[in-house]
Design a protein around this ligand. Structure first.
Ligand code: NI
Length: 178
């Protein structure tokens, strides 16, 4: 296991579409996923895509929002994922990104989506989700297409420094840092 260096906005690896993984069950993909999880937890962040650690492959890991009475969070790994919106509706919420350190932005995202991908054991995952879970997936999978959250914003007045966040909104338990 290793903590990997995180690429920051401006590095070309964050601006190009990532390549599909030929063999999702390959040992090097398993190793990459293990290192990405360690890097995400160390950061700390709630999600990480392979291009953020300078690996231009379609792999992402993220934590689901707390679910159930015990508020458990699930770690999801997606290889070669895809997603589609399930409805036109979007909502806006504050996001951060490990590749855009120190900033927050108010980002519109589809409220309901379906996503699918392959797990490192070769099985397939397919889900319909909404709210925060849907937002995290859209943020992470955008990384695989070379898109950072400021590119999804409609008003750059809502791109601010974290240290000034107190002027804009009540602190939220669910701020993204991906
Ligand atoms: Ni991010």
């Amino acid at each position: 296991m290793a903590i990997l260096k995180i690429a920051r906005m401006g590095h070309p690896v964050l601006a190009r579409p990532a390549d599909p993984v030929a063999d999702p069950t390959a040992p090097e993909i398993r190793q990459l996923v293990a290192d990405m999880v360690e890097t995400m937890i160390d950061a700390p962040g709630q999600g990480l895509a392979a291009p953020q650690v300078h690996v231009p492959l379609r792999v992402a890991v993220f934590l689901t929002p707390p679910e159930g009475p015990e508020g458990r969070r699930q770690l999801v790994t997606l290889v070669n994922p895809r997603w589609v919106p399930l409805a036109e509706g979007q909502d806006r919420a504050w996001e951060g990104c490990l590749s855009v350190p120190g900033l927050r932005g108010l980002v519109p995202r589809y409220s309901r989506i379906a996503y699918e991908g392959i797990l490192p054991d070769g099985s397939r995952i397919s889900r319909e989700v909404e709210g925060w879970h849907a937002r995290v997936v859209q943020h992470e999978l955008d990384h695989l297409d070379g898109i950072l959250y400021p590119q999804r914003m409609t008003d750059l007045k809502d791109l601010i420094f974290e240290t000034e966040f107190k002027h804009r909104a009540a602190p939220s338990a669910q701020e993204l840092n991906e």
